[in-house]
Design a protein around this ligand. Structure first.
Ligand SMILES: [Zn+2]
Ligand SMILES: [Zn+2]
Length: 442
C-alpha cells in the first residue's frame, strides 16, 4: 500500500512549517493481499524462540489458525492463547487471564484481532517488553498503531499508556471477510475525522493550541479516500477495503506523529466515550466505538451548523457566566455518569477551564475571531451529505435510535462532552459564549 508511504512523506520530519519536528518512531506496516510469506520473513528477523499468539475464537478462526500453521511449517516454536468467550472485553479480568497464560520464555507477542485483543495485548507487551506484532482481522478502528489501551477497570473506562506494536500487518482478504458491523465501525471512525480536524483548527484560533496543517492534511487524505470508496464496501471490494484500512492506519499514524489524539478525535468521539462510560457505570448497553462515532459525527455536525448561525456577544457570555454554578454542573455530571463522573470533576481542579477570567478571555477571542471560526466550521458542514452517504453505503446507523445504546440521553451527553478531556471542542465554545441553549434547540 504505497499510498500510505506517499501520504506520510508529505509530513516533514524536520523543520515543519508548523514550527515543530515530527520524528515519532512509527510502527512498521505490512498490508495488501497474500502477505503471509512477507509477514513470516519479517517475523523470522526477530527472536522467534517462542512466539506467543493471542486471539479470541473469532479472530483465531479468521486468521490465527492459518498463521499458527504457517509459523509451525517454518519450524518456529509457537503457543497460542485463545480467550474462551466469543467477544471478550478489554478489562482487568481479561488482562489477568492473559497474564497468567504468558509463557516464561516468550520471545515475541503476536496479537491476532482488532480493538479488544489489541487493547489487552498492548498491556502485556508493555509489561514484558518483548517484540510485539499485530495481525489485524478487521478494518474497525484506528488504534492499531497507538500506544494506549482502552480498558474497563472496576466498571470505568480508562486509557492506559502501554506500548505500540513494532509491526502492524493486515491481509486485505482477511479484512474483507470481517463482519459488516466491523466495516461500519471503521467507516464511522474515519468520517469522525471531519469534526476532529475542524475542531483542532478552531481550537488553534481560540486557545493558540499548536496545529499542524501537514498532519491535518494526512488525515484529510484518509477521510477523502474513505468517503470515495465507501460505496464499494458493502460488496467488500478489495481496493475499497484496502482504502478503509489505509484511512484507519493513517489516522493512527497521524496521532503518533502529532503526539496526541487531536488529529483523529474530537467532540464526536466524546459522545461515543460518554455512551461507553454510561454503559459501564450503569450496566446498560453501548454499541461499537466506530458506529457510535459515526452517529456522534452527525450529531456534532448538526450542532456545528447551529453554532455557525449564532452571533456571540460579550453581554450574553457574561450573563451566562453569572448564572453558572460549578457545583450544580458537577452534580449533573454525577447524575449522568455515576462514579465515572469523578475523574472529570477532579480534572477541573488542575485545568480550571471554568475559571471566570479564563472564560471571559476566551469569549473575547471568539467574538473577535468569529468570521474566521465560522469559516472553519462552515467547511465541515458542507461535508455532511457525503459523510451521511458513506455511512448509509455500508448500512451504518445514522441516528441515535439505530444504535444499540440503551439510554442515550443525547442532550445531556452533548453537554457533558466539554468535560471529557482537556481539548477545546464545539461545546466549550458554546459554554464560553453563553450559548449552551443551542444544544437543546436540536
Ligand atoms: Zn476512534
Ligand atoms: Zn507540522
Amino acid at each position: 500500500m504505497s499510498m500510505i508511504d506517499e501520504w506520510i512523506r508529505q509530513v516533514p520530519a524536520e523543520h515543519c512549517d508548523c514550527g515543530q519536528t515530527h520524528r515519532a518512531a512509527l510502527p512498521e506496516w505490512l498490508t495488501g493481499r497474500q502477505i503471509t510469506a512477507r509477514f513470516l520473513e519479517r517475523l523470522s528477523q526477530f527472536d522467534t524462540s517462542h512466539i506467543w499468539l493471542m486471539a479470541d475464537p473469532d479472530t483465531y478462526a479468521a486468521a490465527g489458525r492459518h498463521l499458527e500453521q504457517a509459523i509451525r511449517d517454518r519450524h518456529m516454536p509457537i503457543s497460542c492463547f485463545i480467550f474462551q468467550g466469543r467477544r471478550p472485553e478489554a478489562s482487568e479480568h481479561t488482562v489477568a487471564a492473559a497474564r497468567l497464560g504468558v509463557p516464561d520464555d516468550m520471545s515475541l507477542l503476536l496479537a491476532v484481532g482488532s480493538g479488544t485483543i489489541n487493547d489487552i495485548a498492548k498491556v502485556i507487551a508493555a509489561e514484558t517488553n518483548v517484540p510485539f506484532f499485530v495481525y489485524a482481522t478487521a478494518p474497525s478502528m484506528d488504534g492499531y498503531t497507538s500506544a494506549t489501551s482502552s480498558l474497563l477497570i472496576d466498571g470505568r473506562k480508562i486509557s492506559l499508556a502501554t506500548k505500540a506494536a513494532d509491526l502492524v500487518a493486515a491481509d486485505t482478504d482477511v479484512l474483507a471477510a470481517a463482519p459488516m458491523e466491523a466495516i461500519q465501525s471503521g467507516v464511522g471512525d474515519v468520517v469522525a475525522k471531519a469534526v476532529s480536524l475542524a475542531e483542532w483548527q478552531m481550537a488553534s484560533v481560540i486557545t493558540g493550541e499548536h496545529y499542524c496543517p501537514h498532519i491535518a492534511g494526512l488525515v484529510e487524505h484518509a477521510l477523502e479516500t474513505v468517503l470515495a470508496s465507501a460505496p464499494r464496501l458493502l460488496d467488500r471490494e478489495p481496493d475499497a477495503v484496502e482504502a478503509l484500512f489505509a484511512g484507519l492506519l493513517v489516522s493512527g499514524l497521524a496521532m503518533n506523529l502529532a503526539g496526541h489524539s487531536r488529529p483523529a478525535s474530537g467532540m464526536e468521539h466524546y459522545i461515543s466515550h460518554l455512551w461507553d462510560m454510561r454503559a459501564a457505570a450503569l450496566g446498560t448497553s453501548a454499541d461499537t466505538h466506530g458506529r457510535q462515532c459515526g452517529v456522534g459525527t452527525l450529531l456534532a455536525l448538526d450542532l456545528i451548523e447551529r453554532t455557525c448561525r449564532l452571533q456571540p456577544t460579550a453581554e450574553r457570555a457574561d450573563a451566562h457566566l453569572d448564572r453558572f454554578v460549578l457545583a450544580a454542573w458537577h452534580d449533573e455530571l454525577k447524575t449522568l455518569l455515576g462514579p465515572a463522573a469523578l475523574p472529570l470533576i477532579e480534572a477541573e481542579t488542575s485545568e480550571q477551564k471554568y475559571d471566570p477570567d479564563k472564560v471571559r478571555n476566551r469569549a473575547g477571542r471568539i467574538i473577535r475571531n468569529w468570521p474566521k471560526i465560522t469559516d472553519i466550521l462552515q467547511s465541515v458542514i458542507t461535508r455532511r451529505e457525503a459523510i451521511a452517504a458513506a455511512l448509509s453505503a455500508v448500512h451504518a446507523p445514522l441516528t441515535v435510535g439505530e444504535l444499540t445504546v440503551s439510554e442515550p440521553e443525547t442532550e445531556k451527553v452533548l453537554l457533558a462532552t466539554r468535560d471529557i478531556r482537556d481539548k477545546y471542542i464545539t461545546t466549550r465554545l458554546l459554554f464560553d459564549t453563553g450559548e449552551t441553549d443551542s444544544i437543546h434547540a436540536g
